[in-house]
Write a protein that binds this ligand. Structure first.
Ligand SMILES: [Zn+2]
Length: 377
């Protein structure tokens, strides 16, 4: 007899306390050490055996995985978009919990950890190999390092993949691929008056940016393609011809052919800027998230439908399928069916005002737990 509903109702205060505790541990991408250590210790205290931290700072808890090549992965990411020095202030009102990264992805992580604790407390055994992962480097320039590591270490042995991330009104089952670049421009520069006429790194970079706005986004039925210049910096002073300027830019698409078209258009413009000689450009690919490849469509549709069913059952709200850039990009590009499951309601993701709706935590716990229990006896 499965008693997870009663268990989770009772465990709600414990869940919130854990959420608060984890939120206060900084975990910028590539620096998840402290959160990883915390999660490992917590899982061990809950009775998990064989938990380890891999070289990418993933916390891995394999259950029954030895010799198995039909492993199911459940994960939630530990990293946040906030640098170490961001003040992590927790507060709450009648409706919400507030803290940077409270929703993305700490709430999801905590809900998965509580589901694991329930399973351990009841001694329930998996039907197949199950891998629970508190994974690293999902955000931004983390470039999905954690998930890449899982698929390296368990190559060819993973049958399907679930990640818990975002709100429960949606399930992300299509991947948005992206390429991200750092473009640096260098010139000799000089005094703005005395060396007037020398090449200026800022104006050269600005000319390239202006040229990028002429990119034509491919129009394809049912697909979305975008681009962005996200940051720019450089220069020395108002009376110095800039010697250095740099920017970060990206394009995204949920279609592999459109992504390739954007790559061609961006590379053309980089080449034009280099040839113009108004600055010495260095273009570095700093992030690459692949689009989806060929997968078992029937299994993938089944996974999506089950998530939608459980989401609706426990939250009372419809759950729509959409596309996004998540940890699923890696399995999907390798042909492993993957979905990203939302587990709460809230808003302000990636801002300091991020919030999670209090009354959404329990429905999320139930969605996560029942989904995992599908793979247990
Ligand atoms: Zn996330």
């Amino acid at each position: 007899m499965r008693d997870f509903e009663a268990y989770m109702k009772e465990a709600l205060p414990e869940t919130v306390a854990l959420l608060k505790e984890l939120c206060l541990i900084p975990a910028p991408s590539h620096h998840e050490e402290r959160r990883a250590e915390f999660c490992k210790n917590w899982l061990e205290a809950a009775g998990a055996e064989g938990v380890y931290i891999d070289e990418a700072l993933n916390v891995i808890y394999p259950m029954n995985c030895e010799g198995k090549d039909d492993i199911v992965v459940f994960c939630a990411h530990t990293d946040t978009v906030f640098p170490e020095e961001t003040p992590l202030l927790w507060h709450e009102d009648e409706e919400n919990y507030y803290c940077p990264a409270v929703g993305d992805d700490t709430c999801c992580l905590v809900q998965m950890m509580m589901a694991v604790k329930y399973i351990l407390s009841r001694g329930i055994q998996p039907k197949t190999g199950v891998l629970f992962v508190c994974n690293s480097c999902e955000e931004g320039l983390g470039n999905l390092k954690g998930t890449r590591q899982i698929f390296k270490d368990f190559a060819g042995r993973i049958k399907c993949f679930y990640t818990f991330d975002g709100g429960y009104r949606k399930v992300t089952n299509r991947c948005v691929g992206s390429h991200r670049y750092r473009v640096e421009c260098r010139t000799e520069g000089g005094h703005s008056f005395g060396a007037f006429g020398n090449r200026n790194a800022i104006t050269a970079l600005a000319a390239l940016i202006a040229d990028l706005t002429t990119v034509e986004v491919p129009q394809k039925e049912g697909c979305k393609t975008t681009y962005n210049v996200g940051t720019i910096s450089g220069g020395t002073s108002v009376n110095t011809i800039a010697q250095y300027a740099e920017m970060l830019c990206e394009y995204r698409s949920d279609d592999a052919a459109c992504l390739a078209d954007m790559k061609r258009q961006f590379e053309e413009r980089f080449a034009t800027a280099i040839a113009a000689g108004k600055g010495d450009f260095t273009v570095t690919l700093v992030g690459e998230r692949p689009c989806g490849g060929e997968i078992d469509r029937a299994l993938h549709a089944q996974m999506t439908a089950r998530v939608q069913e459980l989401s609706q059952k426990h939250s009372g709200l419809p759950c729509h399928a959409n596309s996004g850039s998540t940890d699923c990009n890696i399995p999907m590009s390798l042909g492993v069916p993957a979905v990203c499951v939302g587990t709460h309601l809230g808003g302000g993701a990636h801002t300091r005002e991020e919030r999670v709706q209090k009354d959404s935590v329990l429905p999320g716990l139930l969605i996560v737990t029942e989904l995992i229990l599908d793979y247990f006896d």
